[in-house]
Design a protein around this ligand. Sequence first.
Ligand code: TYC
Length: 100
Amino acid sequence: MEEKIFFDEEQEISLDNPDRYRVYLLNDDYTTMDFVVYVLMTVFDKPRVEATRIMLYVHRHGKGLAGIYPKEIAETKVAQVESLARANGFPLKCSIERDD
Ligand code: TYC
């Protein structure tokens, strides 16, 4: 017998459209440009050309968007960036904002 699963409207919305969070990289005077490009390529899966463009945007404007993710993934990305940065002696920081 075919099994059917029913969702109420609210669940349907939360499955189709979960809250998403914007992860920004913040500029500082000490983290090297190469390291920021490396972080954007490895943690945020950006190709080198785009990673370089984002890094330069952050360098010039103070902060820049690295990616938009569901909350738990966004928080994990921030933790990965900051622990990689500390392990390499850099003060690189991120911020998270709800995308609404
Ligand atoms: N401002 C840094 C420098 O001149 C480079 C940098 C770019 C640092 C982006 C952090 O998120 C950052 N070496």
